[in-house]
Design a protein around this ligand. Structure first.
Ligand SMILES: *Cc1c(COP(=O)(O)O)cnc(C)c1O
Length: 373
């Protein structure tokens, strides 16, 4: 009845956030918790805030509205430049947004004036990812224009790395972002409240020896949720990598499956593995498929082999002990599998470790995870 489901250990998410906040704080960097991979799930967002995140951010207005509908009051920033058609909603539910287009900024200003608020603008600078952003040489012009438009306030600048192109940012790139913020202040006058250095891919830089300069914020999703550094995929010291578990149910179990080569007709063809006919091989089918998650982002149970998947079935080879029909199989997920599973309508979310408020921190017996490494 409760399969498939994602089990979420809120204590581990709180703990991961706390670890990052503790490690980045001495360098003057605050943590903004990014909720897009969990579709703005309010309890997960709250766990980030309880762990010390200074605010929340999401790429989609629908997710922000979900957070607001659940009563979350803290600052929320839209980190994808708003759609022109959504200016009113953005102003209503977000304190600030990342922007690259003058036309959109004007629309946000008009919407803010209509609602009697002032909307914060963070200008996204293109520093090498080649996704979104204003070229550094155009930044001062746009910043000055933002300063002159009633209804919006220039709140800061931000950059993004290792999303569409390139690797983790270098110390030179980060120093360039600091220098840009000083230059914008020289030209425009006001103090920039936010200089947001990037995402989880910035962590190796932020944990490094060099000075962090003007950077005072990182927008962290994957590192908090999965405890890993995205470019290398390595676990971050002291972090939980198992806050999320995907659970699926066995709907067929064959002790002696056909071992003749299978000729699939779907794109997972190259993923098919023919397992040696050792006599100790069995096959199970789980009620989960491509429609629910990124199957290739699941880590198989120990000793098991992915045979293939279709839209609704996952076929796994298992060494000896065959689970009975109706039993559950548990998987860890990478970022892509998590993101798809959290958005899948047929996957339930089961929360573990919800704390009554006020939140007591640290919980007993978890202190060893907080050690600065
Ligand atoms: C998704 C996103 C983030 C968070 O990225 P993670 O790798 O999950 O930390 C930060 N900033 C922007 C603009 C994003 O789109």
């Amino acid at each position: 009845m409760n399969c498939p489901r994602v089990e979420v250990d809120l204590g581990k998410i709180r703990c991961n956030t706390q670890t990052l906040v503790g490690r980045l704080g001495p360098g003057g960097i605050g943590v903004t918790g990014v909720t897009k991979a969990v579709c703005g799930h309010p309890a997960i967002a709250q766990a980030m805030l309880d762990g010390g995140a200074a605010g929340l951010a999401d790429a989609r207005i629908g997710n922000v509205q979900r957070l607001r509908a659940a009563g979350l009051k803290g600052p929320i920033t839209l980190i994808r430049t708003p759609m022109l058609s959504q200016a009113d909603q953005v102003v209503q539910s977000c304190d600030a947004s990342y922007n690259t287009e003058s036309l959109v900024i004007s629309a946000l200003a008009a919407a803010a004036i209509r609602t009697g608020t002032v909307h914060g603008i963070v200008l996204m600078v293109e520093m090498g990812d080649k996704r979104d952003g204003i070229l550094p040489e155009n930044l001062a012009d746009i910043a000055q224009r933002v300063m002159q438009i009633p209804g919006v306030a220039l709140k800061g600048i931000g950059a993004n790395f290792a999303c569409l192109n390139g690797g983790a940012p270098t110390a030179i790139q980060m120093a360039a972002l600091s220098a840009l913020s000083n230059w914008i202040e020289d030209v425009c006058g006001p103090f920039l409240k936010v200089v947001s250095g990037g995402n989880s891919a910035n962590l190796p830089w932020a944990f490094g020896e060099h000075a962090t300069g003007r950077i005072n914020d990182l927008r962290l999703g994957e590192a908090i949720l999965l405890g890993v550094e995205p470019v290398s995929g390595d676990q971050i010291g002291g972090m939980h990598t198992d806050a999320f578990t995907l659970v699926a149910e066995v709907i067929e179990a064959d002790a002696n499956p056909p071992l003749s080569p299978i000729t699939p007709i779907d794109p997972t063809a190259q993923r098919v593995r023919i397992v040696a006919n050792s006599g100790a091989f069995a096959r199970m089918i789980l009620a989960i498929g491509h429609q629910d998650t990124n199957i290739l982002g699941l880590s198989m149970p120990v000793g098991s082999t992915l045979i293939g998947a279709t839209s609704d079935h996952l076929v796994i080879g298992t060494p000896r002990s065959l689970p009975t029909v109706g039993s559950e199989v548990r998987f860890q997920m990478n970022y892509s599998a998590l993101m798809h599973a959290m958005a899948a309508p047929d996957i339930k979310v089961k929360l573990l470790g919800e704390l009554p408020s006020p939140v007591l921190w640290p919980p007993q017996g978890k202190a060893d995870h907080l050690a600065v490494v």
